[in-house]
Design a protein around this ligand. Sequence first.
Ligand code: 13P
Length: 612
Amino acid sequence: MNILVVGSVLKDVYLNLDSRTEQFETDENGVKWLDFSFDASEHRFFSREPSLGGAAVTLEVLSKMGIKTAITGSKLKMEDGDLTSDVEAAAYRYILVTDGRPSYIVPTEYKETIFATPDDFYDYIYIDRSAKLEPETVNRINSYLDLSHNTKLVLYLRTLDDQVLNQLVARANLVFCEGSKDDSEKTSVLESMGLDENKIIYITENKMSYLGIEENVAVGRIDVLTHLSAYSIASATILGGFILGNSVEDSLRMARVNMENARLNSVLSIEELKEISENMDPGEDLELVAANLVLKPKGILAADESGGSIKKKFAQLGIEDTYENRRDYRNIFLSTTDLEKYVNGVILFDETARQQADDGQNFVDYLISRRIIPGVKVDQGLENFENSLETYTKGLDGLAERLKEYYRMGLRFAKWRAAFEIHLNEAGDAITPSERAIDENCRILAEYAKNCQSAGLVPIVEPEVVYDGYYSIEKSTEVTAKILDRLFVSLADFGVNLRACILKCNMVIAGKQFGSSSPDEVGRATSTVLKEHVPEDLAGIVFLSGGQTVEQATDNLAEIIKNGPYPWPVTFSFARALQDPALFTWKGDNNNTEAAKEAFKNRLIANTDALK
Ligand code: 13P
Protein backbone atom coordinates (compact mmCIF):
# COMPACT_ATOMS: atom_id res chain seq x y z
CA MET A 1 0.00 0.00 0.00
CA ASN A 2 1.49 3.32 -0.95
CA ILE A 3 0.27 6.85 -1.15
CA LEU A 4 1.43 9.88 -3.05
CA VAL A 5 0.73 13.21 -1.38
CA VAL A 6 0.28 16.16 -3.69
CA GLY A 7 1.09 19.17 -1.59
CA SER A 8 3.72 21.66 -0.56
CA VAL A 9 6.28 21.38 2.18
CA LEU A 10 6.58 24.62 4.09
CA LYS A 11 9.26 25.77 6.42
CA ASP A 12 7.69 27.34 9.48
CA VAL A 13 9.34 29.28 12.25
CA TYR A 14 7.09 29.67 15.25
CA LEU A 15 7.52 32.72 17.43
CA ASN A 16 5.41 32.57 20.54
CA LEU A 17 4.55 36.20 21.28
CA ASP A 18 4.00 37.38 24.81
CA SER A 19 0.59 39.02 24.51
CA ARG A 20 0.93 40.51 27.95
CA THR A 21 3.82 42.72 26.96
CA GLU A 22 2.94 43.37 23.34
CA GLN A 23 0.69 46.32 22.64
CA PHE A 24 -2.15 44.81 20.65
CA GLU A 25 -4.83 47.07 19.24
CA THR A 26 -8.28 45.71 18.53
CA ASP A 27 -10.34 47.18 15.72
CA GLU A 28 -14.12 47.46 15.57
CA ASN A 29 -14.36 43.94 14.15
CA GLY A 30 -12.45 42.48 17.05
CA VAL A 31 -9.36 41.87 14.88
CA LYS A 32 -6.12 42.29 16.76
CA TRP A 33 -3.40 44.47 15.33
CA LEU A 34 0.19 44.60 16.37
CA ASP A 35 2.24 47.41 14.97
CA PHE A 36 5.43 45.84 13.72
CA SER A 37 6.83 49.11 12.54
CA PHE A 38 10.38 47.90 13.20
CA ASP A 39 11.31 51.12 14.84
CA ALA A 40 13.35 50.93 17.98
CA SER A 41 10.61 49.05 19.87
CA GLU A 42 11.25 45.54 21.01
CA HIS A 43 8.95 42.57 20.60
CA ARG A 44 9.14 39.67 22.96
CA PHE A 45 8.53 36.02 22.35
CA PHE A 46 8.66 33.00 24.64
CA SER A 47 10.06 30.51 22.19
CA ARG A 48 11.27 30.08 18.65
CA GLU A 49 10.72 26.75 17.03
CA PRO A 50 11.52 25.85 13.43
CA SER A 51 9.50 23.07 11.92
CA LEU A 52 8.29 21.62 8.65
CA GLY A 53 4.63 22.24 7.89
CA GLY A 54 2.09 21.73 5.15
CA ALA A 55 2.44 18.39 3.36
CA ALA A 56 5.26 17.43 5.76
CA VAL A 57 2.66 16.94 8.48
CA THR A 58 0.59 14.67 6.27
CA LEU A 59 3.68 12.62 5.43
CA GLU A 60 4.58 12.39 9.09
CA VAL A 61 1.11 11.23 10.13
CA LEU A 62 0.80 8.58 7.42
CA SER A 63 4.39 7.33 7.82
CA LYS A 64 3.92 6.98 11.56
CA MET A 65 0.85 4.89 10.86
CA GLY A 66 3.16 2.61 8.89
CA ILE A 67 1.92 3.63 5.43
CA LYS A 68 4.49 4.12 2.68
CA THR A 69 4.17 7.76 1.72
CA ALA A 70 5.91 10.15 -0.64
CA ILE A 71 5.33 13.81 -1.50
CA THR A 72 5.34 14.95 -5.11
CA GLY A 73 8.43 16.93 -6.07
CA SER A 74 10.03 16.53 -2.63
CA LYS A 75 12.73 14.30 -1.19
CA LEU A 76 11.23 14.57 2.26
CA LYS A 77 11.24 11.23 4.11
CA MET A 78 10.78 9.86 7.59
CA GLU A 79 14.00 8.43 8.97
CA ASP A 80 14.13 6.79 12.38
CA GLY A 81 10.94 8.55 13.36
CA ASP A 82 12.15 12.00 12.25
CA LEU A 83 11.62 13.98 9.10
CA THR A 84 14.75 14.67 7.05
CA SER A 85 15.16 18.39 7.43
CA ASP A 86 17.37 19.45 4.53
CA VAL A 87 14.57 19.74 2.01
CA GLU A 88 13.68 22.56 -0.25
CA ALA A 89 10.51 24.18 1.03
CA ALA A 90 7.87 25.80 -1.14
CA ALA A 91 7.78 28.72 1.26
CA TYR A 92 9.34 30.03 4.39
CA ARG A 93 7.04 31.58 6.97
CA TYR A 94 7.14 33.14 10.37
CA ILE A 95 4.20 32.10 12.43
CA LEU A 96 3.47 34.52 15.22
CA VAL A 97 1.49 32.87 17.94
CA THR A 98 -0.41 34.82 20.51
CA ASP A 99 -2.95 33.25 22.86
CA GLY A 100 -2.89 30.14 20.76
CA ARG A 101 -3.82 32.04 17.59
CA PRO A 102 -1.43 32.01 14.68
CA SER A 103 -0.79 34.78 12.19
CA TYR A 104 1.70 34.58 9.40
CA ILE A 105 4.47 36.64 7.96
CA VAL A 106 5.05 35.16 4.54
CA PRO A 107 8.12 36.57 2.82
CA THR A 108 7.20 35.24 -0.59
CA GLU A 109 4.15 33.78 -2.28
CA TYR A 110 4.50 30.06 -2.04
CA LYS A 111 5.28 28.24 -5.19
CA GLU A 112 2.83 26.14 -7.13
CA THR A 113 2.81 22.49 -6.15
CA ILE A 114 4.87 20.38 -8.48
CA PHE A 115 3.41 17.20 -9.92
CA ALA A 116 5.60 15.17 -12.21
CA THR A 117 3.63 12.19 -13.54
CA PRO A 118 5.05 9.29 -11.55
CA ASP A 119 6.43 6.16 -13.17
CA ASP A 120 5.34 4.05 -10.21
CA PHE A 121 1.92 2.82 -9.28
CA TYR A 122 0.29 4.44 -6.27
CA ASP A 123 -2.74 3.07 -4.49
CA TYR A 124 -3.79 6.58 -3.50
CA ILE A 125 -3.21 10.10 -4.60
CA TYR A 126 -4.01 12.46 -1.78
CA ILE A 127 -4.32 16.12 -2.64
CA ASP A 128 -3.37 17.71 0.61
CA ARG A 129 -4.61 20.89 2.22
CA SER A 130 -1.30 22.61 1.32
CA ALA A 131 -1.62 21.96 -2.41
CA LYS A 132 -1.58 24.96 -4.72
CA LEU A 133 -2.45 23.66 -8.14
CA GLU A 134 -2.20 25.13 -11.64
CA PRO A 135 -4.84 24.01 -14.18
CA GLU A 136 -2.10 22.23 -16.05
CA THR A 137 -1.15 20.23 -12.96
CA VAL A 138 -4.75 19.11 -12.57
CA ASN A 139 -4.66 17.95 -16.18
CA ARG A 140 -1.60 15.88 -15.43
CA ILE A 141 -3.21 14.33 -12.35
CA ASN A 142 -6.28 13.53 -14.45
CA SER A 143 -4.12 11.87 -17.09
CA TYR A 144 -2.33 9.77 -14.49
CA LEU A 145 -5.66 8.65 -13.02
CA ASP A 146 -6.91 7.80 -16.52
CA LEU A 147 -3.95 5.51 -17.01
CA SER A 148 -3.78 4.10 -13.53
CA HIS A 149 -7.35 2.83 -13.05
CA ASN A 150 -6.82 1.38 -9.63
CA THR A 151 -5.40 4.50 -8.09
CA LYS A 152 -7.90 6.13 -5.76
CA LEU A 153 -8.16 9.89 -5.44
CA VAL A 154 -8.67 11.66 -2.11
CA LEU A 155 -9.14 15.39 -1.98
CA TYR A 156 -8.97 17.99 0.74
CA LEU A 157 -11.12 21.03 -0.01
CA ARG A 158 -10.52 24.12 2.08
CA THR A 159 -13.14 26.04 0.15
CA LEU A 160 -15.59 25.27 -2.61
CA ASP A 161 -14.33 28.23 -4.63
CA ASP A 162 -11.20 26.65 -5.98
CA GLN A 163 -12.21 26.27 -9.63
CA VAL A 164 -9.07 24.31 -10.43
CA LEU A 165 -9.43 21.76 -7.65
CA ASN A 166 -13.18 21.47 -8.18
CA GLN A 167 -12.48 19.78 -11.50
CA LEU A 168 -11.28 16.75 -9.58
CA VAL A 169 -14.28 16.49 -7.25
CA ALA A 170 -16.40 14.27 -9.49
CA ARG A 171 -13.78 11.53 -9.70
CA ALA A 172 -12.71 11.61 -6.05
CA ASN A 173 -13.24 8.53 -3.91
CA LEU A 174 -13.29 10.60 -0.77
CA VAL A 175 -13.39 14.34 -0.07
CA PHE A 176 -12.50 16.13 3.13
CA CYS A 177 -14.58 19.26 3.31
CA GLU A 178 -13.75 21.97 5.81
CA GLY A 179 -16.92 22.82 7.68
CA SER A 180 -19.82 21.19 9.37
CA LYS A 181 -22.20 18.59 8.04
CA ASP A 182 -25.06 20.83 9.15
CA ASP A 183 -24.05 23.12 6.35
CA SER A 184 -26.38 21.54 3.83
CA GLU A 185 -25.49 24.15 1.25
CA LYS A 186 -21.99 22.72 1.02
CA THR A 187 -23.35 19.23 0.53
CA SER A 188 -25.60 20.32 -2.29
CA VAL A 189 -22.81 22.26 -4.02
CA LEU A 190 -20.60 19.17 -3.87
CA GLU A 191 -23.44 16.97 -5.11
CA SER A 192 -23.97 19.34 -8.01
CA MET A 193 -20.31 18.73 -8.89
CA GLY A 194 -21.09 15.04 -9.18
CA LEU A 195 -20.00 13.81 -5.76
CA ASP A 196 -22.00 11.36 -3.67
CA GLU A 197 -22.93 12.61 -0.23
CA ASN A 198 -21.44 9.47 1.29
CA LYS A 199 -18.00 10.44 0.04
CA ILE A 200 -17.82 13.64 2.07
CA ILE A 201 -16.06 13.80 5.40
CA TYR A 202 -16.77 17.02 7.23
CA ILE A 203 -14.07 18.38 9.39
CA THR A 204 -13.57 21.32 11.74
CA GLU A 205 -11.01 21.82 14.44
CA ASN A 206 -13.29 20.30 17.02
CA LYS A 207 -15.57 17.92 15.15
CA MET A 208 -15.33 15.28 12.46
CA SER A 209 -18.31 13.61 10.86
CA TYR A 210 -18.77 10.93 8.26
CA LEU A 211 -21.74 8.77 7.37
CA GLY A 212 -23.70 10.02 10.34
CA ILE A 213 -20.93 9.19 12.79
CA GLU A 214 -19.48 12.08 14.72
CA GLU A 215 -16.41 12.48 16.84
CA ASN A 216 -15.86 15.54 18.99
CA VAL A 217 -12.44 16.75 19.91
CA ALA A 218 -12.81 17.30 23.64
CA VAL A 219 -10.76 20.46 23.86
CA GLY A 220 -9.00 22.21 20.99
CA ARG A 221 -5.31 21.62 21.54
CA ILE A 222 -3.96 25.08 21.22
CA ASP A 223 -0.40 23.91 20.77
CA VAL A 224 -1.44 21.81 17.79
CA LEU A 225 -4.05 24.18 16.49
CA THR A 226 -1.49 26.95 16.20
CA HIS A 227 0.00 24.62 13.68
CA LEU A 228 -1.53 25.39 10.32
CA SER A 229 -1.87 21.69 10.08
CA ALA A 230 -4.27 20.64 12.81
CA TYR A 231 -6.62 19.84 9.93
CA SER A 232 -3.89 17.89 8.17
CA ILE A 233 -3.40 15.78 11.28
CA ALA A 234 -7.11 15.01 11.44
CA SER A 235 -7.61 14.29 7.75
CA ALA A 236 -4.43 12.27 7.27
CA THR A 237 -5.20 10.16 10.33
CA ILE A 238 -8.71 9.41 9.10
CA LEU A 239 -7.37 8.48 5.68
CA GLY A 240 -4.65 6.33 7.27
CA GLY A 241 -7.29 4.67 9.45
CA PHE A 242 -9.38 3.72 6.41
CA ILE A 243 -6.36 2.51 4.43
CA LEU A 244 -5.40 0.24 7.31
CA GLY A 245 -8.91 -1.22 7.28
CA ASN A 246 -10.34 0.40 10.40
CA SER A 247 -14.01 1.17 10.83
CA VAL A 248 -15.33 4.71 10.49
CA GLU A 249 -15.75 4.92 14.27
CA ASP A 250 -12.21 3.76 14.96
CA SER A 251 -10.67 5.98 12.28
CA LEU A 252 -12.44 9.11 13.52
CA ARG A 253 -11.49 8.18 17.05
CA MET A 254 -7.83 7.82 16.11
CA ALA A 255 -7.93 11.19 14.36
CA ARG A 256 -9.29 12.76 17.47
CA VAL A 257 -6.62 11.10 19.61
CA ASN A 258 -3.95 12.46 17.29
CA MET A 259 -5.44 15.96 17.39
CA GLU A 260 -5.63 15.92 21.16
CA ASN A 261 -2.20 14.49 21.78
CA ALA A 262 0.09 15.40 18.90
CA ARG A 263 2.76 18.02 19.38
CA LEU A 264 4.58 20.10 16.86
CA ASN A 265 6.92 17.74 15.02
CA SER A 266 5.67 14.73 16.88
CA VAL A 267 2.44 13.10 15.89
CA LEU A 268 1.48 9.70 17.28
CA SER A 269 2.44 6.30 15.92
CA ILE A 270 -0.24 3.80 14.95
CA GLU A 271 0.54 1.82 18.11
CA GLU A 272 0.02 4.90 20.26
CA LEU A 273 -3.14 5.85 18.39
CA LYS A 274 -4.59 2.38 18.85
CA GLU A 275 -3.61 2.07 22.44
CA ILE A 276 -5.02 5.44 23.45
CA SER A 277 -8.20 4.97 21.37
CA GLU A 278 -8.88 1.53 22.77
CA ASN A 279 -8.27 2.51 26.36
CA MET A 280 -10.10 5.77 26.14
CA ASP A 281 -13.06 5.90 28.42
CA PRO A 282 -15.46 8.82 28.37
CA GLY A 283 -13.98 10.00 31.66
CA GLU A 284 -10.83 11.11 29.90
CA ASP A 285 -12.66 13.82 28.02
CA LEU A 286 -13.82 15.13 31.31
CA GLU A 287 -10.35 15.11 32.79
CA LEU A 288 -9.07 17.07 29.82
CA VAL A 289 -11.88 19.62 30.11
CA ALA A 290 -11.29 19.92 33.87
CA ALA A 291 -7.56 20.45 33.36
CA ASN A 292 -8.26 23.10 30.72
CA LEU A 293 -10.63 24.96 33.03
CA VAL A 294 -7.90 25.60 35.56
CA LEU A 295 -4.95 26.29 33.26
CA LYS A 296 -2.86 29.08 34.70
CA PRO A 297 -2.64 32.02 34.67
CA LYS A 298 -6.33 32.26 33.93
CA GLY A 299 -9.50 31.82 35.94
CA ILE A 300 -13.20 31.16 35.47
CA LEU A 301 -15.79 33.92 35.29
CA ALA A 302 -18.94 33.23 37.28
CA ALA A 303 -21.65 35.08 35.35
CA ASP A 304 -24.37 32.82 36.66
CA GLU A 305 -26.34 34.87 39.15
CA SER A 306 -29.87 33.53 39.21
CA GLY A 307 -32.87 35.56 38.11
CA GLY A 308 -33.52 36.53 41.72
CA SER A 309 -29.99 37.81 42.36
CA ILE A 310 -29.95 39.83 39.16
CA LYS A 311 -33.29 41.37 40.07
CA LYS A 312 -31.86 42.54 43.41
CA LYS A 313 -28.70 43.90 41.83
CA PHE A 314 -30.69 45.77 39.19
CA ALA A 315 -33.13 47.11 41.78
CA GLN A 316 -30.28 48.70 43.75
CA LEU A 317 -29.39 50.74 40.70
CA GLY A 318 -32.91 51.35 39.46
CA ILE A 319 -32.36 49.16 36.40
CA GLU A 320 -35.49 47.58 34.98
CA ASP A 321 -35.32 43.79 35.24
CA THR A 322 -36.15 42.85 31.65
CA TYR A 323 -34.99 40.03 29.40
CA GLU A 324 -33.20 42.56 27.16
CA ASN A 325 -31.45 44.31 30.04
CA ARG A 326 -30.26 41.01 31.44
CA ARG A 327 -28.88 40.10 28.02
CA ASP A 328 -27.16 43.45 27.65
CA TYR A 329 -25.67 43.08 31.10
CA ARG A 330 -24.23 39.60 30.47
CA ASN A 331 -23.07 40.75 27.07
CA ILE A 332 -20.78 43.32 28.70
CA PHE A 333 -18.73 40.48 30.15
CA LEU A 334 -19.00 37.90 27.43
CA SER A 335 -18.07 40.27 24.62
CA THR A 336 -15.17 42.01 26.36
CA THR A 337 -12.20 41.86 24.04
CA ASP A 338 -9.41 39.52 25.10
CA LEU A 339 -11.63 37.74 27.63
CA GLU A 340 -9.99 34.50 26.47
CA LYS A 341 -6.66 35.82 27.71
CA TYR A 342 -7.93 35.90 31.27
CA VAL A 343 -10.47 33.13 31.60
CA ASN A 344 -10.57 29.47 30.61
CA GLY A 345 -14.31 29.19 31.14
CA VAL A 346 -17.49 31.09 31.95
CA ILE A 347 -20.33 29.84 34.12
CA LEU A 348 -23.63 30.95 32.59
CA PHE A 349 -27.16 31.06 33.92
CA ASP A 350 -29.68 28.98 31.96
CA GLU A 351 -31.33 32.08 30.49
CA THR A 352 -28.02 33.46 29.19
CA ALA A 353 -27.08 30.12 27.64
CA ARG A 354 -30.16 30.55 25.43
CA GLN A 355 -29.60 34.23 24.55
CA GLN A 356 -27.71 35.68 21.62
CA ALA A 357 -24.46 37.59 21.32
CA ASP A 358 -24.37 40.77 19.22
CA ASP A 359 -23.49 38.80 16.11
CA GLY A 360 -26.61 36.64 16.43
CA GLN A 361 -24.82 33.46 17.54
CA ASN A 362 -26.01 32.11 20.82
CA PHE A 363 -23.66 32.84 23.71
CA VAL A 364 -22.58 29.20 24.05
CA ASP A 365 -21.34 28.96 20.45
CA TYR A 366 -19.91 32.43 20.69
CA LEU A 367 -17.78 31.45 23.71
CA ILE A 368 -16.67 28.23 22.03
CA SER A 369 -15.59 30.23 18.97
CA ARG A 370 -13.41 32.27 21.32
CA ARG A 371 -11.99 29.10 22.85
CA ILE A 372 -13.63 29.73 26.18
CA ILE A 373 -15.28 26.68 27.72
CA PRO A 374 -18.95 27.38 28.49
CA GLY A 375 -20.51 26.03 31.67
CA VAL A 376 -23.80 26.46 33.47
CA LYS A 377 -25.18 26.77 36.97
CA VAL A 378 -27.52 23.84 37.45
CA ASP A 379 -28.67 24.13 41.05
CA GLN A 380 -32.03 25.72 41.65
CA GLY A 381 -31.26 27.72 44.74
CA LEU A 382 -31.59 27.25 48.47
CA GLU A 383 -34.51 25.85 50.45
CA ASN A 384 -34.86 25.86 54.23
CA PHE A 385 -34.91 22.57 56.08
CA GLU A 386 -38.23 22.22 57.82
CA ASN A 387 -38.39 24.44 60.92
CA SER A 388 -34.84 25.56 60.44
CA LEU A 389 -32.92 28.59 59.25
CA GLU A 390 -30.40 26.29 57.61
CA THR A 391 -30.67 25.47 53.94
CA TYR A 392 -30.10 22.70 51.45
CA THR A 393 -29.72 23.17 47.71
CA LYS A 394 -32.55 22.23 45.35
CA GLY A 395 -32.30 20.93 41.80
CA LEU A 396 -31.76 17.17 41.81
CA ASP A 397 -35.24 16.55 40.37
CA GLY A 398 -34.98 16.19 36.61
CA LEU A 399 -31.27 17.01 36.79
CA ALA A 400 -30.14 14.11 34.56
CA GLU A 401 -32.46 15.28 31.77
CA ARG A 402 -31.39 18.90 32.07
CA LEU A 403 -27.73 17.90 31.95
CA LYS A 404 -28.32 15.93 28.75
CA GLU A 405 -29.79 19.00 27.13
CA TYR A 406 -26.93 21.18 28.34
CA TYR A 407 -24.42 18.75 26.87
CA ARG A 408 -26.22 18.90 23.53
CA MET A 409 -26.15 22.69 23.70
CA GLY A 410 -22.34 22.56 23.98
CA LEU A 411 -21.97 23.24 27.69
CA ARG A 412 -19.10 21.26 29.16
CA PHE A 413 -19.16 21.95 32.88
CA ALA A 414 -21.64 22.75 35.60
CA LYS A 415 -21.79 24.40 38.99
CA TRP A 416 -23.76 23.71 42.14
CA ARG A 417 -23.62 25.84 45.27
CA ALA A 418 -24.40 24.84 48.83
CA ALA A 419 -24.34 27.59 51.45
CA PHE A 420 -23.35 27.29 55.11
CA GLU A 421 -23.73 30.13 57.60
CA ILE A 422 -21.73 30.14 60.79
CA HIS A 423 -23.68 31.08 63.94
CA LEU A 424 -22.08 30.79 67.35
CA ASN A 425 -23.62 30.25 70.76
CA GLU A 426 -22.71 32.28 73.85
CA ALA A 427 -19.76 30.00 74.56
CA GLY A 428 -18.41 30.67 71.09
CA ASP A 429 -19.14 27.22 69.68
CA ALA A 430 -20.63 26.92 66.21
CA ILE A 431 -24.30 25.94 66.40
CA THR A 432 -24.52 26.13 62.63
CA PRO A 433 -23.71 24.60 60.29
CA SER A 434 -25.26 21.57 61.92
CA GLU A 435 -24.16 18.00 61.24
CA ARG A 436 -27.37 17.46 59.36
CA ALA A 437 -26.88 20.48 57.08
CA ILE A 438 -23.30 19.43 56.34
CA ASP A 439 -24.21 15.79 55.71
CA GLU A 440 -27.20 16.52 53.58
CA ASN A 441 -25.58 19.22 51.43
CA CYS A 442 -22.43 17.17 50.88
CA ARG A 443 -24.52 14.19 49.84
CA ILE A 444 -26.49 16.36 47.41
CA LEU A 445 -23.29 17.89 46.02
CA ALA A 446 -21.88 14.42 45.43
CA GLU A 447 -25.05 13.17 43.76
CA TYR A 448 -25.05 16.22 41.50
CA ALA A 449 -21.35 15.68 40.67
CA LYS A 450 -21.93 12.05 39.75
CA ASN A 451 -24.85 13.02 37.52
CA CYS A 452 -22.67 15.59 35.74
CA GLN A 453 -19.89 13.14 35.05
CA SER A 454 -22.38 10.60 33.68
CA ALA A 455 -23.72 13.29 31.32
CA GLY A 456 -20.27 14.38 30.10
CA LEU A 457 -19.98 17.59 32.12
CA VAL A 458 -17.27 18.47 34.60
CA PRO A 459 -18.82 19.28 37.98
CA ILE A 460 -17.74 22.26 40.02
CA VAL A 461 -18.75 21.56 43.60
CA GLU A 462 -19.18 24.68 45.70
CA PRO A 463 -19.68 24.31 49.43
CA GLU A 464 -19.60 27.95 50.47
CA VAL A 465 -19.04 29.11 54.02
CA VAL A 466 -20.85 32.42 53.78
CA TYR A 467 -18.69 35.47 54.60
CA ASP A 468 -21.26 37.09 56.78
CA GLY A 469 -21.57 36.91 60.54
CA TYR A 470 -19.57 37.23 63.69
CA TYR A 471 -16.90 34.53 63.78
CA SER A 472 -13.10 34.44 63.86
CA ILE A 473 -10.74 33.20 61.18
CA GLU A 474 -10.02 30.19 63.43
CA LYS A 475 -13.72 29.31 63.39
CA SER A 476 -13.80 29.72 59.62
CA THR A 477 -10.79 27.37 59.44
CA GLU A 478 -12.49 24.76 61.61
CA VAL A 479 -15.82 24.84 59.78
CA THR A 480 -14.31 24.92 56.27
CA ALA A 481 -12.08 21.96 57.15
CA LYS A 482 -14.99 19.98 58.53
CA ILE A 483 -17.14 20.58 55.45
CA LEU A 484 -14.31 19.66 53.08
CA ASP A 485 -13.63 16.43 54.97
CA ARG A 486 -17.29 15.46 54.69
CA LEU A 487 -17.54 16.52 51.07
CA PHE A 488 -14.66 14.32 49.93
CA VAL A 489 -16.10 11.33 51.79
CA SER A 490 -19.42 11.88 49.97
CA LEU A 491 -17.72 12.32 46.60
CA ALA A 492 -15.90 9.02 47.16
CA ASP A 493 -19.16 7.31 48.21
CA PHE A 494 -20.76 8.35 44.93
CA GLY A 495 -17.72 7.26 42.90
CA VAL A 496 -16.99 10.75 41.59
CA ASN A 497 -13.76 10.95 39.58
CA LEU A 498 -11.83 13.70 41.33
CA ARG A 499 -9.55 14.23 38.33
CA ALA A 500 -12.62 15.46 36.50
CA CYS A 501 -14.01 17.54 39.35
CA ILE A 502 -13.25 21.08 40.53
CA LEU A 503 -13.75 22.48 44.03
CA LYS A 504 -15.07 26.01 44.31
CA CYS A 505 -14.18 27.15 47.76
CA ASN A 506 -14.53 30.11 50.05
CA MET A 507 -11.39 31.78 51.27
CA VAL A 508 -10.79 31.13 54.95
CA ILE A 509 -11.54 34.49 56.53
CA ALA A 510 -13.18 35.94 59.65
CA GLY A 511 -16.88 36.84 59.29
CA LYS A 512 -17.63 40.31 57.91
CA GLN A 513 -18.99 41.53 61.24
CA PHE A 514 -16.03 40.18 63.22
CA GLY A 515 -13.43 42.58 61.82
CA SER A 516 -11.17 42.22 58.86
CA SER A 517 -8.55 39.52 58.38
CA SER A 518 -5.31 40.61 56.73
CA PRO A 519 -4.34 39.10 53.37
CA ASP A 520 -1.43 37.46 55.14
CA GLU A 521 -3.76 35.71 57.61
CA VAL A 522 -6.20 34.69 54.87
CA GLY A 523 -3.36 33.38 52.71
CA ARG A 524 -1.91 31.24 55.45
CA ALA A 525 -5.17 29.92 56.85
CA THR A 526 -6.62 29.08 53.45
CA SER A 527 -3.44 27.42 52.28
CA THR A 528 -3.26 25.26 55.41
CA VAL A 529 -6.87 24.11 55.20
CA LEU A 530 -6.58 23.22 51.53
CA LYS A 531 -3.29 21.37 51.90
CA GLU A 532 -4.61 19.35 54.82
CA HIS A 533 -8.16 18.63 53.67
CA VAL A 534 -8.21 18.35 49.88
CA PRO A 535 -7.04 15.14 48.14
CA GLU A 536 -4.17 15.57 45.74
CA ASP A 537 -5.89 14.00 42.77
CA LEU A 538 -8.55 16.74 42.50
CA ALA A 539 -8.42 18.58 39.13
CA GLY A 540 -8.26 22.04 40.66
CA ILE A 541 -9.50 24.59 43.16
CA VAL A 542 -11.15 27.89 42.32
CA PHE A 543 -12.26 30.62 44.72
CA LEU A 544 -15.48 32.54 45.05
CA SER A 545 -15.21 36.14 46.21
CA GLY A 546 -18.18 35.91 48.57
CA GLY A 547 -18.94 39.60 48.97
CA GLN A 548 -15.44 40.77 49.82
CA THR A 549 -14.50 44.10 48.26
CA VAL A 550 -12.91 43.73 44.86
CA GLU A 551 -9.47 44.71 46.14
CA GLN A 552 -9.75 42.45 49.17
CA ALA A 553 -10.58 39.44 47.00
CA THR A 554 -7.62 40.12 44.72
CA ASP A 555 -5.15 40.76 47.54
CA ASN A 556 -6.26 37.64 49.36
CA LEU A 557 -6.00 35.57 46.19
CA ALA A 558 -2.44 36.80 45.66
CA GLU A 559 -1.52 35.78 49.21
CA ILE A 560 -3.10 32.35 48.85
CA ILE A 561 -1.01 31.81 45.71
CA LYS A 562 2.12 32.98 47.53
CA ASN A 563 1.50 30.33 50.17
CA GLY A 564 1.78 27.60 47.51
CA PRO A 565 2.98 25.57 45.74
CA TYR A 566 -0.07 23.33 45.70
CA PRO A 567 -0.60 19.87 44.28
CA TRP A 568 -3.52 21.19 42.16
CA PRO A 569 -3.96 24.34 40.05
CA VAL A 570 -5.49 27.12 42.16
CA THR A 571 -7.26 30.09 40.59
CA PHE A 572 -10.28 32.40 40.81
CA SER A 573 -13.91 31.97 39.83
CA PHE A 574 -15.34 35.25 41.05
CA ALA A 575 -18.70 36.76 40.25
CA ARG A 576 -19.02 39.94 42.29
CA ALA A 577 -15.31 40.75 42.53
CA LEU A 578 -15.04 40.64 38.73
CA GLN A 579 -18.41 42.11 37.74
CA ASP A 580 -19.49 44.66 40.32
CA PRO A 581 -17.36 47.59 39.10
CA ALA A 582 -18.72 47.02 35.59
CA LEU A 583 -22.31 46.89 36.83
CA PHE A 584 -21.88 50.16 38.71
CA THR A 585 -20.35 51.74 35.60
CA TRP A 586 -23.03 50.45 33.23
CA LYS A 587 -26.03 51.36 35.40
CA GLY A 588 -28.41 49.98 32.80
CA ASP A 589 -27.35 52.51 30.18
CA ASN A 590 -25.80 51.03 27.05
CA ASN A 591 -23.93 54.27 26.42
CA ASN A 592 -21.77 53.13 29.32
CA THR A 593 -21.09 49.66 27.92
CA GLU A 594 -17.57 50.36 26.70
CA ALA A 595 -16.59 51.96 30.01
CA ALA A 596 -18.12 48.98 31.84
CA LYS A 597 -16.06 46.57 29.75
CA GLU A 598 -12.97 48.55 30.66
CA ALA A 599 -13.82 48.31 34.38
CA PHE A 600 -14.29 44.54 33.99
CA LYS A 601 -11.03 44.21 32.09
CA ASN A 602 -9.18 45.94 34.93
CA ARG A 603 -10.44 43.32 37.38
CA LEU A 604 -9.45 40.53 35.00
CA ILE A 605 -5.95 41.94 34.73
CA ALA A 606 -5.60 42.44 38.49
CA ASN A 607 -6.77 38.91 39.27
CA THR A 608 -4.68 37.14 36.64
CA ASP A 609 -1.71 39.18 37.87
CA ALA A 610 -2.46 37.88 41.37
CA LEU A 611 -1.93 34.33 40.08
CA LYS A 612 1.64 34.96 38.96
P1 13P B 1 -18.94 35.53 44.21
O1 13P B 1 -17.53 35.57 43.67
O2 13P B 1 -19.71 36.78 43.97
O3 13P B 1 -19.01 35.03 45.60
O4 13P B 1 -19.73 34.46 43.34
C1 13P B 1 -19.17 33.28 43.05
C2 13P B 1 -20.25 32.29 42.83
O5 13P B 1 -20.34 31.71 41.77
C3 13P B 1 -21.17 32.02 43.93
O6 13P B 1 -21.93 30.90 43.65
